[in-house]
Design a protein around this ligand. Structure first.
Ligand code: IFG
Length: 532
């Protein structure tokens, strides 16, 4: 985890104060004191199903604390090792991990006794003075419980060097399970290539909010960012030096890089969903392999931010050999069940051709053992009900999407005017775009995935996603600035019960979370809507 100086945080706060003074309304907003959460059990993000602080002494994490995992379970042990890694830096304690009986104060991670109510992603967490116990039915559930435990500790637990202080976990109990099974972040590494280390850092951060999928946007007009053996010039030329927006986003993932990212994400209980965008957003491929173009000539590379001008050549057989080669190689590299084939903004592909293309290509995803995702437009091809459209528009009705839902398709909700983390917060935000409007924290929080689009009810929602497009991003700092604090808002909409949805509670809990981000050195945006 990259450490940022507290000075940057202080300067950030000072800048906010100056801005607040310049805009009385904001000054007034900044002074509305949100009620502090009464206990750490009421400060959790995402809000759990049930959480109660108990009277009685806290559990004191100390130099002899041991993590005891379910005997004989490798997946419980992996979660135990992860938890130890989270606790050692700030406490300086050894924090041994064992699956043997342990005397003395322990943190137990067990795969029995959780009950069916918590399902396969939930957990039970019990804290008393002698023991912390997390029970779940799977390693995913234990991992979710560990994120909650981390938030029940003082914020400084997030520091990466020892802090001399007490490390108490107040007594209490949490019973928890998610509202939607698919809760994702998306990172666009096509417009600007983000290195494996930057992606791993983002994985570490989104895992803290029980996000369980990372959608990687691997290809677009400005860059092709994944090595394909059967088309060997794609990545080196389509993703090389000088590619990307403004020509400064060059780079690509080798197959080893991708496999390493998949494994790293898995260790944070996150599954990678790769996206190869087609038939539009394909200028990078069309600029490298002339034979993919209808006239056989390569098109010039593009480093601007226009969209909708490119298309694979629908009538050429080579197009379908290309698509099948790419889908096969990506599917072989991806243990996860999903493969996203894009399909958005194909303005250079006539509707008839688009439908013909999708009807030839969607079965290829299935052929190689994956379930296809596609942006909303994929519903124009009346895809099989196994295909999951991802809603991204700013309006709240879409006829072909509602018809797909009526046929049985499930939908990923990521409306651009609520969930697109590349939108500016307000007119002062340097980074980001404005086409879907400004998105302050409250805008990202105040909507309901289960009733946002007409014809897409709660049981048609496959899950939620927070896309972060990288036209204007250049670094991990930029990713963090745009993602925090809005990603936790989308994570809460994906995990927490709809009836727990409450802006005043969320903004008070974010203020607490801000202390953790300061301790960790996260470059978050100090929204004037929150009393940091
Ligand atoms: N829309 C485009 C993206 C990106 C985005 C930036 C989708 C599905 C605008 N398509 O969002 O490629 O450019 O906000």
């Amino acid at each position: 985890m990259q450490k940022r100086t507290r000075m940057a945080a202080v300067l950030g706060a000072a800048a906010l104060t100056m801005t607040a003074l310049a805009h009385p309304a904001m000054a007034e907003q900044a002074t509305t004191a949100a009620q502090q959460p009464a206990s750490r059990y009421e400060a959790l993000i995402p809000a759990p199903l049930e959480a109660d602080a108990h009277q009685g002494p806290a559990f004191e994490l100390g130099p002899h604390t041991v993590i005891r995992t379910q005997r004989g379970s490798d997946e419980a042990r992996q979660v135990g090792e992860y938890l130890a890694e989270q606790l050692r830096p700030a406490t300086g304690y050894p924090i041994k991990v064992t699956d043997r009986a342990a005397d003395g104060p322990s943190i137990a991670l067990l795969l029995r006794g959780a009950g069916t109510r918590v399902g396969d992603q939930g957990y039970r967490l019990d804290v008393n003075r002698n023991e912390i116990t997390i029970r779940a039915n799977t390693g995913d559930g234990l991992f979710a419980g560990v994120q909650t435990l981390r938030q029940l500790l003082p914020a400084e637990i997030a520091a990466d060097s020892p802090r001399a202080r007490e490390w108490s976990v107040p007594a209490g109990r949490v019973v928890d399970a998610p509202r939607f099974a698919y809760r994702a972040a998306m990172l666009d590494i096509a417009r600007h290539f983000h290195t494996p280390d930057e992606i791993k850092s983002y994985i570490d951060q989104i895992a803290h909010y029980k996000i369980n999928y990372l959608h990687l946007h691997l290809t677009d007009d400005q860059g092709w960012r994944i090595e394909i053996d059967s088309w060997p010039r794609l990545a080196p030329e389509g993703g090389g030096e000088g590619t990307g927006v403004d020509g400064v986003g060059g780079g690509y993932l080798t197959k080893e890089d991708y496999a390493d990212l998949v494994a790293y994400a898995e260790s944070r209980h996150i599954t990678i969903v790769p996206e190869i965008d087609m038939p539009g957003h394909t200028n990078a491929a069309l600029s490298v392999y002339g034979e993919l173009n209808c006239d056989g000539k390569p098109v010039p590379p593009r480093t601007d931010t226009e969209v909708g001008y490119s298309s694979l050549c629908i009538d050429l057989d080579i197009t379908y050999r290309f698509v099948e080669d790419v889908i096969r190689e990506i599917a072989e590299l991806t243990p996860g069940p999903y493969l996203h084939i894009g399909g958005d903004e194909a303005h250079a592909t006539p509707d008839e051709d688009y439908r013909a293309f999708m009807q030839r290509v969607l079965p290829l995803v299935e052929k190689y053992g994956k379930r296809a995702f596609g942006w909303t437009e994929v519903t124009k091809a009346e895809p099989p009900t196994s295909v999951v459209p991802q809603f991204w528009h700013t309006n709240r009705e879409n006829a072909s999407l509602a018809e797909a839902v009526a046929r049985g398709n499930k939908v990923i909700m990521s409306p651009a005017n609520k969930a697109y983390l590349d939108m500016k917060y307000d007119e002062n935000t340097q980074l980001g775009l404005t086409w879907a409007g400004y998105i302050e924290v409250k805008d990202a929080y105040e909507w309901d995935p289960g009733s946002h689009v007409s014809g897409v009810g709660e049981d048609a929602v496959f899950g939620v996603e927070a896309p972060l497009w990288s036209e204007t991003l250049r670094s991990l700092d930029d990713i963090e600035f745009m993602a925090f604090p809005r990603l936790p808002a989308i994570a809460e909409l994906g995990w927490s019960p709809a009836e727990s949805h409450d802006w005043e509670s969320f903004r008070a809990r974010l203020a607490e979370e801000g202390k953790r981000w300061e301790a960790e050195g996260v470059n978050f945006y100090r929204s004037p809507q929150i009393d940091w």
